[in-house]
Structures are given as C-alpha cells and as structure tokens.
Design a binder for this molecule. Sequence first.
Ligand SMILES: Cc1cc2nc3c(=O)[nH]c(=O)nc-3n(C[C@H](O)[C@H](O)[C@H](O)COP(=O)(O)O)c2cc1C
Length: 147
Amino acid sequence: MSRILVVYHSQSGNTKAAAEAVARGASAVEGTEVEIKGGLEAATEDLLNCDGIAVGTPDYFSYMAGGLKDFFDRTYYPTQGQVTDKPCAIFVTHGGGGKAVESVKSICGSFKFRIVGEPVLVKNRPEGEAENQLLELGKALAKACTE
Ligand SMILES: Cc1cc2nc3c(=O)[nH]c(=O)nc-3n(C[C@H](O)[C@H](O)[C@H](O)COP(=O)(O)O)c2cc1C
C-alpha cells in the first residue's frame, strides 16, 4: 500500500476542490491510500510517512499562499535529507496569472522532491478539462509511488 499526502491551502474553495480532484485521481490507482490536509495542520511526520506528496496553493500576489508556505517552513529542517527524490505533484489555482507556481517549484527543489509530470494550473474553480488534468496528475503521482 502506498500513501499519498495532499497538502493545500484554500480560502474560498477553489484550491480545496482542486486538492479533492487530485486525491480522487490518486485513489483510483489500486493499492493507494490518500490523506488530504491543510497546510497549517500537516506535520513533519505526515511528510516523512508518505510515499508521495501533492502540494496545492492559490496564487496570492504572484506567490504561494501563506498556509502552504507555513507547511514548508516548519518541515524543511526536520526532513532534510530524508525526502530526497520523494515524488511530488504541484497544482495551483489562480485568477488569470499563475506566477505562484514558480515559488512552489523553487521550494520543492530545495526539498529535493522529484517532480511528477507538469504542474497543473487552473483558473479559479476546476471543472471540465482542468478537473481531468488534476485527476490525471493524482493518478501519475500514485503510479510513480508504486514503481
Ligand atoms: C489576496 C489575494 C491575492 C490574489 N493574487 C492573485 C495573483 O497575484 N494572481 C492571480 O492570478 N490571482 C490572484 N488571486 C486570485 C486567486 O488566486 C484565485 O481566486 C484562487 O483560485 C483562489 O483560491 P482559493 O479559493 O483556494 O482561495 C488572488 C486572490 C486573493 C484573495
């Protein structure tokens, strides 16, 4: 059984919906267990104990939301050297920009995660093709953890 952790921050629900779509995609892969947590509640042990992680944030002022940054800030030192090459999927919701994805990619590089696929950017609430992309991202992450 592989364990996927989905960590996100959301104020008005768009990124929460995106996180749930990623989780649904990952759950569809046999032998996968998924947990979703907010960035302010997810702990160091959650990161250490998962086989793969998906991180999601809205674009706030062209940067990631503070809730996700808080997770990264708290878990960086205690996990250094223990999460190298851990598969990681990235998703961002935005209102027409999306530059925040660069900040997430940069921090994931500091953790030395192995990025799975391309980050998925969604304008506002995910539906239709955007929702499919999130489902596929979750599936790709789960498959990367069973390889
Ligand atoms: C404080 C604030 C700042 C924002 N800044 C940006 C921005 O710089 N670029 C952008 O494309 N959208 C921006 N947005 C729009 C949000 O990224 C977008 O509505 C997002 O889907 C909200 O996600 P949430 O519902 O999960 O909170 C901003 C929204 C807020 C509340």
